[in-house]
Design a protein around this ligand. Structure first.
Ligand SMILES: [Zn+2]
Length: 133
């Protein structure tokens, strides 16, 4: 987990916003940025952002519920939300952990995602939910 980035603290309740500002979300991050990662699945590899996890109860849409759009693909389990005005992905309900949202770390206000080092990339191409049982 990451509690500060270059001296900027991750707040216990941190704001996340899309590019145009229509969507504002507050995240409960008492443990900072938890489990930051990239993913190489067909969707995330195009998006390219670092995501981190928060419980469903820890994400609060303050503004822009009406402009959030939902994108689903493949098994239609994960729910990817993005701003319909500026197109920025803000968060998604995870497929491998449906009790969690993943959120776009680059949307955290005041946090520079380019200062994060050593972020692992998950093997999303071979997602456990895509394997034959
Ligand atoms: Zn926007």
């Amino acid at each position: 987990m990451i509690r500060s980035v270059n001296g900027v603290p991750v707040l216990p309740r941190h704001r996340l916003s899309c590019h145009c500002g229509a969507v504002v979300i507050e995240l409960d991050l008492p443990d900072g940025i938890v489990d930051p990662r990239r993913c190489d699945c067909s969707y995330c590899r195009r998006r390219g952002t670092i995501v981190a996890s928060v419980p469903l109860s820890g994400l609060h849409v303050v503004r822009g519920e009406d402009v959030l759009q939902l994108y689903r693909f493949n098994t239609h389990t994960a729910r990817h939300y993005f701003c319909s005005r500026c197109g920025i992905h803000t968060h998604h309900q995870r497929r491998s952990a449906p009790d969690q949202y993943g959120y776009n770390v680059a949307c955290l206000e005041g946090i520079d995602p380019f200062l994060l080092d050593g972020i692992p990339t998950r093997d999303g191409i071979h997602h456990p939910a895509d394997r034959a049982s």
